[in-house]
Design a protein around this ligand. Sequence first.
Ligand SMILES: CC(C)(COP(=O)(O)OP(=O)(O)OC[C@H]1O[C@@H](n2cnc3c(N)ncnc32)[C@H](O)[C@@H]1OP(=O)(O)O)[C@@H](O)C(=O)NCCC(=O)NCCS
Length: 155
Amino acid sequence: MGEHLAESVELIPAAATRGLRHRVLRPDQDKSACIYPLDEAPTSAHFGAFRNRTLVGIASLFQEPQPEATETLAPHEDWRLRGMATDPAARGEGYGGALLRACLKQVESFGGRRLWCNGRVDVWGFYRHHGFQRVGDSFDLPGLGPHYVMQIWLS
Ligand SMILES: CC(C)(COP(=O)(O)OP(=O)(O)OC[C@H]1O[C@@H](n2cnc3c(N)ncnc32)[C@H](O)[C@@H]1OP(=O)(O)O)[C@@H](O)C(=O)NCCC(=O)NCCS
């Protein structure tokens, strides 16, 4: 990633995330379930990973407090990663990692201290690989299965 001009990670509008969100993350749900409440908030950011100008991966960043937190952070210090997905035909090629790095860089530039997500139990390996820790017990999100709160601190 990065070495090839055909691949890039860029900021994209919220509307551009909806196709992959629906296809990869919520195929059994109504398309309206792929519109998240903070999508258009001025502090939110959406990234797209492109291969040959085709969108193959997405990730969104929202200013939201981590629900299990015992620490008190200012609003701009706590960031939620949401809607992280790579097209099944492009997995294992580094797009997910590149999106996560773009998000971490953005959080850092916003003065953020923590990035967290409700991570699916079956992709815990991906987040652990990138330095995330699990917080608390697993919980079920209706229609989406078991999750953990996962987080990483920025130094
Ligand atoms: C999780 C997901 C976004 C990863 O995207 P990806 O583009 O395949 O990720 P990458 O190719 O950048 O993988 C980065 C590293 O994580 C590892 N990894 C990826 N998925 C993994 C998993 N499920 N478990 C363990 N390790 C994993 C890869 O082996 C790779 O390791 P490497 O850097 O040593 O080669 C993708 O599998 C996906 O869209 N899954 C379905 C949707 C989903 O569950 N999203 C997360 C919701 S919380």
